[in-house]
Design a protein around this ligand. Structure first.
Ligand SMILES: [Zn+2]
Length: 66
């Protein structure tokens, strides 16, 4: 009989420890996520959320003063 030692956990068996406030996606231990303004966001949603919050700072290139 041969013993197989796993170096990495099987992600299919991992239990989610949280979820993204925007998309509801499951977040797992060790996964990169963002905690912004009291919300936990996955990597996919963090960029979109942050860009949306910064719309007041957005302008077209011709509008930039020299
Ligand atoms: Zn998300």
């Amino acid at each position: 009989m041969r013993t197989v030692h796993k170096k990495h956990r099987d992600l299919q068996r991992a239990f989610p420890v949280g979820e993204c406030c925007l998309c509801g996606g499951e977040l797992y231990r060790g996964e990169i996520c963002w905690h912004l303004a009291g919300r936990t966001l996955c990597g996919d949603c963090a960029g979109t959320w942050l860009a949306d919050k910064l719309t007041a700072c957005r302008l077209r290139l011709r509008e930039v003063r020299r």
